[in-house]
Design a protein around this ligand. Sequence first.
Ligand SMILES: Cc1ncc(COP(=O)(O)O)c(C=O)c1O
Length: 402
Amino acid sequence: MTLLFPSAFSRVADVVKESPAEPVLCFDPSRVRENVDTFLAGFPGAVSWAIKSNPHPEVVRAVAMAGINAFDVSSRGEIEQLRYQHPWAKLYFNHPIKSPEDIAYAYAAAGVRDFAVDHPGEIEKVHESLKKAGADKIADVTLMVRFRDPSYRGNVNYDFGSKFGAAPDLAAEMLRDCERRGFSLGLSFNPGSQERDPNVYARLMRLARKVAARAGEGVPQRIAKLSVGGGFPCRYPNGGEPALQRYFEAVSDASDFGDCLVYCEPGRSIVADSVSVVAKIMLVKPESGLLYLNDGFYGSFMESKFVDFSPPVRAYTPRGAEIKADSEGAALYTIMGPTCDSIDQLPKQVRLPKILKTGDYLEFGMMGAYSNATATQFNGFARARLALVDSIAPWGSASYAQ
Ligand SMILES: Cc1ncc(COP(=O)(O)O)c(C=O)c1O
């Protein structure tokens, strides 16, 4: 059948009952509301959201409706989308390397006044682009100097420090340069993604203070903004990720920045648990344990290769009845995506009922971040589309990729 998107359903099982021929992102906006509430109530500072984690217009709408009015953006495309959907939102252009055209557009057409920089060359580029765009009040613009801790290699998931961030001495020099040019001063860092250690934030905040002190007398008092980045984890139902409150406490304990605005840029932790991907089984090869789906690495699962990724999984008949392992038991399956490419498979196997067959469906939970955001149409396979659901069932008896 052909679903009209976005359709609204009560449960994920009701989406399955429609026998969708293409993969579906089942989106429960109430999860976004809960996650935004947690950040707004607990984070000791301002909260923005990294739209890159899920730019689907329904998701963006839900995040804004939940009370987020500031967004971390990386490109003109994201700025245009937000100016269209939320014309008055505050935008932080936090990509450290930007094109002169995007800088000028952001400033002159979209009212952006905060830009990340991690190299003297980028300060020069931003300054020149702003002058060309007719900027007269440079003091209204905050340059967020992104630094890194050279002794920290990132977590198992991502090492952002290998791509971005100035070493502390260079960051201090850059703060002086920003001040000479008349910019307002900011500092930022990004610990990685799905960061499991709350203390990393406190450590990097203390380093921020040292960087500012190294830049000169009085500079710490003149830092107007400090971004502690994203990286806050989503909590897998069977995982050991610390509660977000532990991160908020760590940030609060290290907050010693006077009038400086401290803010965060979470992406994943706001949206991950709000989406289940429903995919159809195209074929099972029981003798080899290979299970072919209509979604995979080039679709909603690109991140599975790069992060420690263990989504909960459950199976359904085409009529929407959950399939549990019966007396014949369960088998370990290798999940293959639909394209002809052999890297199109999930890195971890999943234990699922032996009785699964062609035409049944799988639901993968915790799929709201970096899924549709990075999906391609490689080989001509359609990207998953979004259906609204009132709720996603608890994951009590689910299997996990292992
Ligand atoms: C500058 C910046 N801020 C925020 C984020 C969001 O990270 P996460 O989704 O891990 O919270 C990212 C992720 O790439 C980023 O590059």
